[in-house]
Design a binder for this molecule. Structure first.
Ligand code: FPP
Length: 239
């Protein structure tokens, strides 16, 4: 960003990290190579996004549908998450960044669940940046889990009587307390939201690019934010 470029930044940026597999295949490499490069890129982009001053970042790393992939690919992704979470913990401490995992951790390996608890616990009081990683996440699954907890509370008599408002409902989501995304970027050509943050993205601006995640760097992000800035200047008062 040059000095004159004063862009309206999203307060909360959500990204669907897509295209690692295709990116690797195009280079005659196995899909796993794409995931490794994609993970390194996430680490770099997390710094870029933090340096820009964006407060909230949420990334879609593994969906409830992704279990259907080949077993060795799922195993590789789980290993990458393990290693990544350890590095992320160090980064969280350095950058005063709170890290949360959204999704249903109960299907993950016990040691990965321990890793998740640790990074969340270590970073829970930080507030310079908020980083959410969606693992075993599905928007419908999140809503089902939220409604189940809400119904439990209703049975226990913990809920106020009467209408369950959006404000009450949101307290039961994985993203409780986190503002809704302002901008959602999906890389690698697909133009759908694939069960990501269904409730939360009701008013979000969507930006789709053909660039695959491993090639999505600062300049590509700036292009997306320039587009977001243009839309805001045009329609800023409309919402
Ligand atoms: C979807 O498509 C992407 C994934 C299932 C994985 C995304 C994961 C990473 C970028 C790893 C980093 C994340 C963390 C939290 C360490 P695809 O990339 O398989 O690509 P395709 O659509 O070309 O097959």
């Amino acid at each position: 960003m040059n000095m004159e470029e004063k862009l309206i930044l999203p307060n909360h940026l959500a990204i669907i990290l897509d295209g690692n597999g295709r990116w690797a295949k195009k280079r005659g490499m196995p899909r796993s190579y794409g995931h490794i490069v994609g993970t390194d890129n996430l680490e770099k982009m997390c710094d870029v996004i933090s340096d820009m001053g964006i407060k909230y970042l949420t990334v879609y790393a593994f969906s409830t549908e992704n279990w259907k992939r080949a077993q060795d690919e799922v195993a590789l992704l789980m290993n990458l998450f393990r290693k990544y979470l350890r590095r992320c913990e160090k980064k969280a401490i350095r950058n005063h960044m709170r890290v949360r995992i959204i999704g249903d951790p109960s299907a993950l390996a016990p040691d990965l669940q321990d890793e998740i608890r640790e990074v969340e616990e270590v970073s829970k009081d930080y507030d310079r940046m908020f980083f959410q990683i969606a693992i075993n996440y599905g928007g419908r699954d999140e809503i089902e889990r939220a409604v189940t907890k809400l119904a439990d509370d209703a049975r226990k008599g913990v809920l106020p009587e009467g209408r369950v408002t959006g404000e009450i409902f949101e307290r039961y989501l994985d993203t409780a307390g986190i503002p809704d995304p302002d901008l959602m970027i999906r890389t690698s050509g697909e133009q759908r939201i694939s069960n990501f943050l269904l409730w939360q993205m009701a008013y979000t601006e969507y930006y789709f690019t053909d660039v695959a995640w491993p090639d999505f760097h600062k300049e590509e992000l700036l292009e997306a934010i320039r587009e977001y800035d243009r839309r805001n200047r045009r329609f800023g008062d409309a919402k």
